[in-house]
Unconditional design. Structure first.
Length: 260
């Protein structure tokens, strides 16, 4: 029997890590609703899930918009009867120092990366409470601990996710809702490709990925599927005593200091 049989998972973000987690939970027997703002990515993910024979739906959703978040949560309840697992993976990654970042860009980053988690939690926690509990997993980043230069808004949003995760875990432990976060290092995703193009314009992405990977003690960048395995653990009863914690999947990046 698959460990997520009879459970429903709502995942935000349909590219990169969100896509991999949605497919992993679906393969584990979950009924999945995956939502994102990119209609082509949604369609591609739905096609892949259908090819694998998974119980799967995809929906358009801007997670910074309360009405769209409420609609998707209601859709999951109507389609599958409830929500047991919530994975907040949707994010944007603007570049720039504080002086280079326009207020609109700052607000958009906070609205998606942090506000989306806030809105999804408000929509989903009452549903989980009625079901007797659940698991919420928020995608943070190593940049919530230690930052590159020139990513002020993004790094700030990821640090805020760590704090919001702890607050949610404490407030809703009596509801048997566990809340944890995952902080990846460099993971081979479209977002990492965007970073490579920004920081090293004109250099092939694979060459930049190799340079990024060399900064990690394991000597490479990670894969979305490696992050998805950790998410599956946190979504499952195998992690039943884990809440309010952040889990690194960073190839050892934060275990080192930059002095040789």
């Amino acid at each position: 029997m698959k460990e997520f049989a009879g459970k429903t998972a709502l995942i935000t973000g349909t590219t990169g890590i969100g896509r991999a987690i949605a497919l992993r939970l679906g393969e584990g027997g979950a009924q999945v609703v995956a939502c994102g703002i990119d209609s082509q990515a949604n369609d591609d993910l739905h096609s892949e899930a259908s090819r694998r024979g998974l119980a799967f739906e995809t929906e358009l959703c801007d997670v910074s918009m309360p009405d769209q978040v409420a609609r998707v949560a209601n859709f999951a309840v109507q389609r599958w009867g409830g929500i047991d697992i919530l994975v907040n993976a949707a994010a944007i990654h603007p570049f720039g120092t504080v002086l280079e970042t326009e207020p609109e860009t700052w607000n958009r980053c906070m609205g998606v990366n942090v506000g989306g988690i806030f809105l999804l939690a408000r929509a989903v926690i009452p549903i989980m409470r009625e079901r007797g509990g659940g698991s919420i997993i928020n995608l943070a980043s190593v940049q919530g601990y230690a930052s590159q230069k020139g990513v002020a808004a993004y790094a700030t949003s990821k640090g805020a996710i760590h704090s919001l995760t702890r607050a949610l875990a404490l407030d809703h432990a009596p509801d048997k809702i566990r809340v944890n976060s995952i902080s990846p290092g460099s993971i081979r995703t479209p977002m990492l490709a965007s970073s490579a193009a920004h920081f090293s314009p004109g250099i092939p992405a694979e060459a930049v990925f190799a340079r990024f990977g060399a900064a990690h003690p394991l000597g490479r960048v990670g894969t979305p599927e490696e992050v998805a395995e950790l998410a599956a653990f946190l979504a499952s009863d195998r992690s039943s005593f884990c809440t309010g914690a952040d889990f690194l999947v960073d190839g050892g990046l934060l275990a080192q200091i930059g002095v040789e």
